[in-house]
Design a protein around this ligand. Sequence first.
Ligand code: SF4
Length: 393
Amino acid sequence: MSKGNDTARTPVHLYVHVPVCRLKCAYCDFFSVAVFDLPMSTAELAEALTRQAVAWSARGLDARPLETLYVGGGTPTILGPSLATLVSSLRECLGFAEGAEITIEANPDSLDDRLVDLLAEAGVTRVSLGVQSFHDDVLRLLGRPHDASRALAAARTVRESGLALSLDVMCGIPGQSMGSWVASLEYAIATGAQHVSVYPLSLESGTPMAAEVLLGRLAEPDPDVAADMMTAACEILTREGFTHYEISNYARPGFESRHNTAYWSGKEYTGVGPGAHGMLSATTARAAGLVVPDEVARVRYAIACDFTYGLDEAPRADIETLSAQEAAREDVMLGLRMMAGVTVASVEDAELTAVLERMAGLGLTECVDGRWRLTARGWLLGNEVFSAVWAGE
Ligand code: SF4
């Protein structure tokens, strides 16, 4: 268990999940509903999310101002002005530490000048824009409700407002050429974004895109093509002055995501909203009134994907408990996602050291300057390393 997690406190990192989108994208299997299926108004949803965050924070824990807030989804910007109200209400009820990072995930189809102004007034510091591509044919295939010109306009609006901008872009899409991918990256850089997240398309069963592949109407994504595109992204972005600080993430100096870095560093965080996840030390979970057996070191929870039970002030949730050994392995697994890796001293488990040495023999990890980290090959085959670390063999 991380040594920093052994005292009860309110976690200072809060994730709020807004599982609503304009339409469902063709490849998406996340829990989110199309806005016309939402069983309440967007204002009511924003109020219920605020109530749940405040109720959680009030469950017997010391109140501490938040250091990071991440409102993700889904498409949080679909809440419109209610999103700014949600951020202001959280400031009023929970408080933000000085210099807190407040990120809103946005999609280009639901972000305009007026909303960006309202978000900036509410204290939002960063917008993570789900662009995916700057090519209309690729966006159509993904079933995204925006086109390239809308994406460029949304990015410009965020930059002109003075908020930090992060862009999500996706590679390994059937029919996407290397030329189209490189051009999308160049557009992303040209927007002035300070942070870029690069993801390969993952074909999920049950999605419209998976059905197209099954019917033979769409080629299956090729992992080798995706790996080549990830490598090209790394070369281009690092050449342009971005630091590759996590498997999928690149930032200009000082613009790394503090919220996501907390996840990868084994820090506690609370999550609210249907489908949200949270992670607490056993001590904090007990202080919050959960019954946690002595042998448990860490508690993870996932709130019900349901607008009745998942929005309650005491929502239904699936709970997973981890022993001290499991928590330590999880810390190494998450820490290896970051290019800085983990210190040799933090890997106290001899079995885990043996795993990392075996992975080094396969060219997937390396030990440099007292830290274990992934090699360039290990970065592309991260899941192989992570499952070995988790299994301890
Ligand atoms: S915007 Fe994101 S969460 Fe919403 S349907 Fe598309 S991929 Fe899924």
